[in-house]
Design a binder for this molecule. Structure first.
Ligand code: PMP
Length: 286
């Protein structure tokens, strides 16, 4: 079966899925996107992702060519057409083709592109041992320049930080905000556990408000572990009992050191392990 991609309102074979070289998504990174998981043939937290996509689009004044319920249906249809049981959906909306120049009034036909594929995950080993992190010197976008709450096609900010992590031999990198406070990692949100309380930066700290983050916060509260959204500095992470990241691809993964400082016992902590277990039960419909 050939791969089917949703583009221009219909499913077409992948080789025929094309957009214009004049699309402002390509020329200027002008557009928004989502990454969504499929577990057991079911699209996980689909409505939450579609809602965030519409909020990102609203923030950049991009009018989507199809409605919220139509987008939900289009994603489900694409997953079904590709017979994806466990995989990943990339949903992209571009500004559409236009003349050269930044003026959005000279563009037409925003493109909705939906790709359903398999997913490459962190190795299992990393979930057992936890990962090391370094702090990138590249800070997260200033919210007054481009709000990190918008999941836009402009990912260079995070890519530059990720390069620093790769150079240092880590798979993720911590990003601070313009105040020098902890924001998030290049593609994941960050949490610490201190004296039995979960702490994570608040949405206006210059982060993407992760769907996984919100799901894990809910699971934590239900399990009787309080959650506080607060300003965090690197000192809080260095001196935490536990630390972990959340994200659509990463799920819940422990962090065992930051900038060469061991966190807690230097192994995935009990609350991190409990939340990963609860999260996996949720994704597998338990
Ligand atoms: N922060 C950033 C910058 C991201 O790109 C992502 C998504 N990969 C996340 C956090 C995690 O968000 P979610 O749980 O919605 O995948």
């Amino acid at each position: 079966m050939s791969k089917q991609v949703y583009v221009a309102g219909k499913l077409v074979p992948a080789e025929q899925a094309v957009v214009s070289v004049f699309d402002h998504g390509l020329l200027y990174g002008d557009g928004v996107f989502e990454g969504i998981r499929v577990y057991g043939g079911k699209v996980f937290l689909l409505q939450e992702h579609i809602d965030r996509l519409f909020e990102s689009a609203l923030a950049i004044r991009l009018e989507l060519p199809i409605s919220n319920p139509e987008m939900v249906t289009a994603v489900k249809d694409t997953v079904r057409a590709n017979e994806i049981s466990d995989g990943y959906v990339r949903l992209v909306v571009t500004r559409g083709a236009g003349s050269l120049g930044l003026d959005i009034r000279r563009t037409a036909n925003p493109q909705v592109i939906i790709i359903a594929d398999t997913i490459s995950l962190y190795p299992d080993e990393l979930y057992r041992t936890g990962m090391k992190l370094v702090t990138a010197s590249t800070i997260r976008n200033h919210p007054g320049a481009l709000s990190p709450r918008i999941k836009s096609l402009n990912y260079l900010n995070n890519i530059l930080a990720k390069i620093e992590g790769t150079d240092a031999g880590t798979v993720e990198a911590l990003m601070l905000n313009h105040n020098g406070e902890v924001a998030e990692c290049t593609g994941d949100n960050i949490f610490i556990v201190k004296r039995g309380v979960l702490r994570t930066p608040q949405p206006d700290a210059g982060i993407l408000e992760g769907i996984t983050r919100n799901a894990v916060m809910k699971l934590s509260r239900e399990a009787g572990v309080p959650v506080v959204e607060c300003v965090m500095t690197r000192h809080d992470i260095y001196t935490a009992d536990e630390c972990f990241l959340t994200g659509t691809a990463a799920e819940v993964i422990a962090v065992t050191s930051l900038d060469g400082r061991q966190i807690g016992e230097g192994v995935p902590g009990p609350i991190t392990k409990q939340l990963l277990e609860l999260f996996r039960r949720l994704t597998h419909g338990g």
